[in-house]
Design a protein around this ligand. Structure first.
Ligand code: SF4
Ligand code: SF4
Length: 582
C-alpha cells in the first residue's frame, strides 16, 4: 500500500480515537462513559507536557510515561507524531487542503515556500521551557494536545450536545467557551493563508520534535540531485514547508510523505542517508530571538507570582477541585487540558479567566452558580482524569475522611459564609431553609436559630377569641400567606408570650393551633386587646468545623445571581494560607 494512504488511515484513526476519548470523558452509567477508557492517552504521549512538568516539579508524573516512547520513536523516525498521529495536525491538514483547492500550481508552491518566521515556534518553546523551569507551566496554552482537548471539551462538544443531549442529560455550560471556540476557529482559519499554519509557525510541540529528531538516521532525502527536473511538484504538496526540492530543513518535515508520491521520477525517498541536494536540521533561528524568549520566560514567571495568590491578598473566591495541590504546586503541573472540567458530572469545574491571575488562565476553578449541584459527595472523577496529578486522585475514604483518613478529616474545598444582607430570613424576614436542607454533611454544617419577628403592619385589634378562632377587627396585612405555617399570633403587649401558629385564614378570621404548655402559654385576650402577627424564621449559621465547602448550599440558594450563601477558600485542605485562625 502507498505510504501516503497509510499515513491518511493513521491520521483518520487517531483523530477518531481522540474525539472518542473526548466523548467518553463523561461520568455516567452508559458503557461508553468513563469506563476504563484511556482518555488521557494523547496527553500521556505528549513530550512537551512531560518535559515542562519535569522542569517545574523535578519528576515525571506517572501518567506521562507514554511520552518516553514518543521521544524514542521521534529520535529514530523524525516528526512521525506530526504527520501520523497529532489530531490537531490532521485538522490543520484537512482545512489547509480545503483552502488550497482554488489555488493555481504556482500559488500552492508559493504557499508552501519556507518562511523565516517558521522559527517563531522555537522561540515559543524556549519561552515555555524557561517559565516551566521557574515553576509556571504555561505550555498548555499553545501545546496542540491540551489546546485541542480544551477546545473540544469546553466548546465543541457542549455546542454539539446543546440540542441533542446525546452525551449528557443536561446541557454543559462553560465560562469563556466562546473564547476557547474562537481560538480554535482562528487556528483552523489560519490554514487558509498557509497550509498547516499552526504547525509551521506556532506549535511548540513541533519545535520540540524538531530538536528531538536532530540526529534521526531515517529521513526524507533526495537521491540524485543533478537529475532533478526542478518541477517542484514535491513543494506543491509539502505540508511542512521544508523545501524538499533543494536544501531540506529536516526539523520542518512533518513526514507527510507527499513528496515521495508527488515526484514523477521517484527521486525522493525515506532513507538513512543524507539528501543529495543538501540538508539542514533546524531552521535558521536568530540567537537573539532565542535569548530574548528565555529572558522573557525567566522574567514573566516570577512576575506572575508577584500577585501573591497564596498570600493574604489571594482571591478568596478561587476554589479548586477536590484533591488539587496547593496553588504553587498546582500551577507547576496544570496544563489546562480541561479533562477535569469535562468529566465533572456537576459541571461546576470551570475554566478560570483571571481569578487565578494571568498564569492561571483556563485552569480549573469551581463555580457553584453554574452546573447542576455542588461537588458530589460520592464523586472523585476529576482527580482520576487529571493527567499530571495537579488534581491528585483521591479515594472516597480520603475525600470523606473515613477509614485510614479518619485522623485527617474530610477534604475541604473552602467554607460557606452567610451574607446576612442577602439571606431571606436575615435581610427580609422571609422564611427559607434551603441551604440547611441540601447540606450533605452529617450532622449538618448549617444549623438554624429560630426567632419570631413581627410582620409589618401586623399589630391589630382583636374582636374576640373563641376557643382557637380569633376574629380580628381590622384587615390583616395583604400579600402574606398567613396560613402557610410560618406565621403566628401573640398578644402585642406580652412579647414573652408563646406565639400560636396560624393554621387557617378566612378574611379577618384566623384559626390558631392549640395553646402550648408552660410559661408564656396563653388562651385568652382582654376585649379590644391588640395582637401581633409574627413570622417564624430559621436563620442559618455555618459551623466551620463541619463545613466541607461542597457548594450544595450556594448552588441551591434561591437568591439567584449573587447567592446569599457563598463558599470561599477559607479552611481549604490544600493550603495553610487560608486557614481561619480563630
Ligand atoms: S469530585 Fe466534585 S468537582 Fe470533582 S468531578 Fe466529582 S463532582 Fe466534580
Ligand atoms: S487540573 Fe484539570 S485542566 Fe489541569 S491538568 Fe489536571 S485535568 Fe487538566
Amino acid at each position: 500500500m502507498r505510504m501516503v494512504i497509510v499515513r491518511r488511515i493513521c491520521q483518520g484513526f487517531f483523530l477518531a480515537l481522540f474525539l472518542w476519548f473526548c466523548v467518553a470523558a463523561t461520568v455516567g452509567a452508559q458503557w461508553w462513559q468513563l469506563r476504563g477508557w484511556p482518555i488521557d492517552w494523547f496527553l500521556a504521549a505528549d513530550p512537551l507536557t512531560a518535559l515542562t512538568t519535569i522542569l517545574s516539579t523535578g519528576r515525571l508524573a506517572p501518567g506521562l510515561y507514554w511520552a518516553v516512547a514518543t521521544v524514542v520513536l521521534t529520535a529514530f523516525l523524525g516528526r512521525f507524531f506530526c504527520g501520523f498521529v497529532c489530531p490537531m495536525g490532521t485538522l490543520n491538514q484537512i482545512t489547509g487542503w480545503a483552502g488550497g483547492q482554488g489555488r493555481t500550481r504556482q500559488e500552492r508552491v508559493a504557499a508552501n515556500a519556507r518562511h523565516r518566521l517558521q522559527g517563531f515556534k522555537h522561540v515559543a518553546l524556549v519561552f515555555f521551557l524557561a517559565c516551566a523551569a521557574l515553576g509556571s507551566v504555561q505550555a498548555g496554552l499553545l501545546d496542540p494536545l491540551p489546546l485541542l482537548h480544551r477546545s473540544m471539551n469546553l466548546a465543541v462538544l457542549p455546542l454539539a450536545d446543546a440540542r441533542t443531549l446525546a452525551l449528557s442529560d443536561e446541557p454543559r455550560l462553560y465560562d469563556s467557551a466562546w473564547l476557547l471556540g474562537g481560538v480554535l476557529l482562528a487556528i483552523l482559519g489560519l490554514n487558509l493563508l498557509r497550509p498547516r499554519f499552526f504547525c509551521r509557525f506556532l506549535c511548540p510541540l513541533g519545535a520540540l520534535f524538531a530538536l528531538l529528531s536532530r540526529f534521526t538516521p531515517w529521513r526524507i532525502a533526495k537521491r540524485e540531485a543533478g537529475k532533478c527536473g526542478d518541477c517542484r511538484l514535491c513543494e506543491e504538496r509539502c505540508e511542512g514547508a521544508c523545501g524538499p526540492s533543494g536544501e531540506i530543513v529536516h526539523g520542518e518535515c512533518v513526514l507527510c510523505l507527499n513528496c515521495l508520491e508527488a515526484c514523477p521520477s521517484g527521486r525522493m525517498g525515506f532513507a538513512p542517508e543524507p539528501s543529495a541536494s543538501g540538508e539542514r536540521h533546524l531552521p535558521a533561528i536568530s540567537r537573539r530571538g532565542v535569548l530574548t524568549a528565555a529572558a522573557a520566560g525567566a522574567v514573566a514567571a516570577p512576575l506572575w507570582g508577584v500577585g501573591a495568590l497564596a498570600g493574604p491578598a489571594r482571591d478568596a473566591s478561587l476554589l479548586r477541585p477536590p484533591g488539587a495541590l496547593d496553588e504553587e504546586r498546582f500551577l507547576a503541573r496544570c496544563i489546562r487540558c480541561g479533562q477535569c472540567m469535562r468529566v465533572c458530572p456537576s459541571n461546576i469545574v470551570q475554566p478560570a479567566l483571571l481569578q487565578a491571575g494571568v498564569q492561571g488562565l483556563w485552569t480549573p476553578a469551581l463555580n457553584f452558580r453554574m452546573g447542576r449541584s455542588g461537588c458530589q459527595p460520592n464523586c472523585i472523577a476529576c482527580g482520576n482524569a487529571c493527567p499530571t496529578a495537579a488534581v491528585r486522585p483521591l479515594t472516597l475514604d480520603e475525600k470523606h475522611g473515613t477509614g485510614d483518613f479518619a485522623d485527617k478529616g474530610p477534604v475541604r474545598l473552602g467554607t460557606a459564609f452567610v451574607d446576612r444582607t442577602r439571606c431571606l430570613p436575615w435581610a427580609m424576614d422571609r422564611p427559607c431553609i434551603v441551604c440547611q436542607e441540601v447540606c450533605p454533611v452529617s450532622p449538618k454544617a448549617i444549623h438554624t436559630r429560630v426567632v419570631f419577628e413581627p410582620v409589618r403592619d401586623g399589630r391589630l385589634p382583636a374582636a374576640r377569641l373563641a376557643g382557637d378562632v380569633l376574629d380580628l377587627s381590622a384587615a390583616p396585612p395583604q400579600g402574606l400567606n398567613l396560613a402557610g405555617g410560618d406565621h403566628a399570633v401573640r398578644p402585642a403587649a406580652r412579647p414573652e408570650a408563646q406565639p400560636r401558629r396560624i393554621l387557617g385564614q378566612s378574611g379577618g378570621r384566623l384559626t390558631l393551633e392549640k395553646p402550648g404548655r408552660g410559661p408564656g402559654a396563653w388562651q385568652e385576650l382582654a376585649p379590644g386587646e391588640r395582637v401581633e402577627i409574627v413570622v417564624r424564621l430559621q436563620r442559618p449559621h455555618v459551623d466551620p468545623s463541619r463545613c466541607i465547602g461542597c457548594g450544595m448550599c450556594e448552588h441551591d440558594c434561591p437568591v439567584s445571581g449573587l447567592r446569599a450563601i457563598r463558599v470561599t477558600s477559607e479552611n481549604e485542605s490544600r493550603s495553610r494560607a487560608g486557614k481561619m485562625t480563630v
